[in-house]
Each structure stands twice: as C-alpha cells, then as structure tokens.
Design a protein around this ligand. Structure first.
Ligand code: FES
Length: 80
C-alpha cells in the first residue's frame, strides 16, 4: 500500500520544479516527509535529530526512517 495525498500533512509543495528526484523522495512514510523537507529544516537551523523531529515530525512514528534522517542531517551539515 502506497500512501497517497494525505490532506492532513500540509507538507506538500508544488512551488519548485522537481529538478532533483532525490528531493522529492519520501523519507518518512509515517508523516509523509520528503528529503527536501528535511534539507529545508536543516537549512532553517535544525542541527540535531531532535531539531529535525520537532521541525518535520520525521522519525517520530515507527522510527524506521531514523537512520536515513540522520544520514541526510550529517550530509547537509558537512556541506556548510
Ligand atoms: S517512517 Fe518515519 S517514523 Fe515511521
């Protein structure tokens, strides 16, 4: 089963063109959080796993995405 539009999430954004497939990839399926949303949260100041969880709710459900969330966090922080 693939989750479709969850009108309660409010995380969808059609403003930017999907120039990067990885950005549009869903990382957290519990809360429908994309890689792009995680990167935006980090660019907005999130520096820890707890910051990411507070900003996006990613990895606050089943926890299955935690490793990937931390991977993106580490990669983004290394860019700075
Ligand atoms: S997939 Fe992210 S908390 Fe379940």
């Amino acid at each position: 089963m693939v989750p479709q539009n969850d009108s309660a999430s409010g995380l969808d954004s059609a403003e930017s063109s999907p120039s990067n497939d990885d950005d549009e990839r869903t990382v957290c399926f519990c809360h429908n959080v994309s890689a792009k949303a995680l990167r935006e949260a980090i660019q907005a100041g999130a520096r820890t796993h707890a910051d990411i969880q507070a900003a996006t709710r990613a990895s606050t459900g089943c926890g299955g995405c935690e490793f990937e969330v931390l991977d993106i966090l580490e990669a983004e922080l290394q860019k700075k």
